[in-house]
Design a protein around this ligand. Sequence first.
Ligand SMILES: Nc1nc2c(c(=O)[nH]1)N[C@@H](CN(C=O)c1ccc(C(=O)N[C@@H](CCC(=O)O)C(=O)O)cc1)CN2
Length: 283
Amino acid sequence: MAEILDGKALANTLSEEIKEKVKAMSSNGIKPHFCVINIGDDPASKVYVRAKKRRAEKLGIDQEIFQLPAETTEEEALALIQKLNNDPQINGVMVQLPVPNHINSDHLIEAINPEKDVDALTAANVGRLWQGTHFVKPATACGIIDLLDHYQISLDGKRAVIIGRSNIVGKPLAALLLERNATVTLAHSHTKNLTELTKQADILVAAVGKAKLVTADMVKEGAVVIDVGINRIDGHLVGDVDFDNVKKRASYITPVPGGVGPLTVESLMQQVVALTRRQNGKS
Ligand SMILES: Nc1nc2c(c(=O)[nH]1)N[C@@H](CN(C=O)c1ccc(C(=O)N[C@@H](CCC(=O)O)C(=O)O)cc1)CN2
């Protein structure tokens, strides 16, 4: 039976470390300040943005949430990003995803100054991620690596299969696992014989958004299974992994909720601190 990878507990531990760092910065007159732009009425986004606001407040980080109406034009959103880019008081800027269909999220992300790109999604920061010269990392991928490290799960030489090639999870996680010498395969909706691949995985990550996509027969005995999916079914949250059955085969597994999700928020706060330090000449 698998050991549970408790993301919530780790998030609380990391929180104490971040709080100490923020306190030390404050005593040098530096206070991190970040902004989240949320456009439209996506109910899940509102939950996540609220979680970020609360976490930042708890850590002593200044934050501003720009809640814009669904009819906001791309030009209006771009103008706001420019304003935040030009404000020396602001260290981090992010656009909560998804945005309404009439707005191209790539245009908004690319408009963010890479030095303030707290999500690490601009082309410049994606390039740095793959080159191993990054100073900021996408929150969810970073949280997953922190979780694996915390449980001393070695990655060197391990075969990692990630299902899902999104810009916010699958691709950056592939880069970070590669950096740690794992052999990485990115599977996606066009992948043939998915089970053949997943059965070879020492580390299996599901980041698709399809409830219970990963079943026990797709998992190698003793694999580490990371579930990034958040699916709301009849008012309940379920992941992309059939948790109850897969846990009987895996050595470690993340629950949903309480696994990767809480680390996303915590990691984001780490990135805000990292960018603020960098902007103030600290490594
Ligand atoms: N610009 C971005 N947009 C989005 C990102 C992102 O990293 N950058 N990630 C997700 C949403 N997200 C943060 O923004 C996020 C997802 C999940 C959680 C979380 O704590 N989940 C809990 C369950 C909470 C619930 O829904 O009730 C858990 O899994 O335990 C926090 C933040 C998409 N957009």
